[in-house]
Design a protein around this ligand. Structure first.
Ligand code: A3P
Length: 297
């Protein structure tokens, strides 16, 4: 499973940024499959991925806490509060050129993607396999994405300022496109496929991790003692993951840019008053009919 991550690391050292691949009006990070096959074919391949009926998929818009919820889920599946030696990137569908490497994984496989619901493996949906969705205050998501983009120029081709990134995010021109489209698709899927999707919020998980982890273990039908849940909450705290989780995508200097601040409300350190007003008015217009409640702290 290391091989495509090793390939990515080599590429990050030696490559220059390229224009982001695009399909159907949406840009994507220039991950190897997207560079090699083009965005349309790379997405088709994800849709045709041969799911097992025990696969579990983590689905998030980029920078919503994917590594965190992936680790929590992995611990629940393995029934241990030990950090997984495998990284989330090893099972991130859009980074894998040859899916046969996932054949060797034991069941249940824990997979993840930031691609829209419409591109998820058909078989995963047909089987009604479990999906775990974490949603985060989009203002913090945008800020987190900005910091990630400045560190990941090979795949995201971004060299601009915060103001430029803000404009790109709000006009859905960043990789993976519109946060609104992403969240609305998955919200609709919750209605279309009752019981298939577990949605949790980054902010609620941060405030009451044991409660959130218990709800997730119930969804996964994994029996856990209160002690195990508490141990998982401690082991997946931001501080412990930042200190001890190996990030295989860390760039040449070996530093991870995934575990940055891990707080609620960092947007207040970035948004100008005008940007906040622009964001609020777009949010009110595009998300007024959503049943997802976002905690704007
Ligand atoms: P910040 O950049 O705001 O710090 P993703 O995994 O989807 O790329 O999301 C990364 C964001 O989740 C980063 O946010 C990161 O710090 C935060 N994060 C990672 N692990 C976390 C944890 N254990 N608890 C809380 N936040 C975490």
């Amino acid at each position: 499973m290391e091989s495509h991550v090793e390939k990515m690391k080599k590429m990050m050292k030696g490559s220059k940024p390229v224009p982001l691949p695009e399909f159907d009006g949406v840009f994507y990070p220039s991950f190897i499959p997207f560079r090699e096959k083009g965005a349309e074919k790379a997405l088709q391949d994800i849709t045709n991925f041969q799911s097992r009926d025990t696969d579990i998929m983590i689905c998030t818009y980029a920078k919503s806490g994917t590594h965190w919820i992936n680790e929590i889920t992995s611990m629940l599946i393995r029934r241990t509060p030990e950090l997984d030696t495998a990284s989330k990137t090893m099972t991130m569908l859009e980074t894998i050129s040859d899916f046969s490497i996932t054949d060797t994984l034991p069941s249940p496989r824990l997979l993840n993607t930031h691609c829209l619901f419409q591109y998820l493996p058909k078989k995963h949906i047909e089987n009604r396999n479990k999906i775990i969705h974490m949603i985060r205050n989009p203002k913090d998501t945008c800020v987190s994405y900005y910091h990630h983009a400045t560190k990941d120029q090979v795949f995201l081709s971004f060299t601009g300022s915060w103001n430029e990134f803000f404009d790109m995010w709000i006009s859905a021109n960043c990789a993976y496109g519109s946060w609104y489209t992403y969240e609305k698709e998955i919200e609709q899927a919750e209605k279309d496929y009752p019981g298939m999707i577990f949605t949790c919020s980054y902010e609620e998980m941060k405030k009451e991790p044991t409660k959130g982890i218990r709800k997730l273990s119930d969804f996964l039908q994994i029996e856990c003692t209160d002690k195990t849940i508490e141990d998982i909450a401690k082991a997946t705290s931001f501080e412990n993951m930042k200190e001890n989780k190996v990030d295989h995508t860390a760039v040449a200097d070996g530093k991870s840019h995934i575990y940055r601040k891990g707080i609620i409300g960092d947007w207040k350190n970035h948004f100008t008053v005008a940007q906040n007003e622009q964001f609020d008015s777009q949010f009110a217009e595009k998300f007024q009919d959503s049943s997802y409640r976002i905690l704007f702290e």
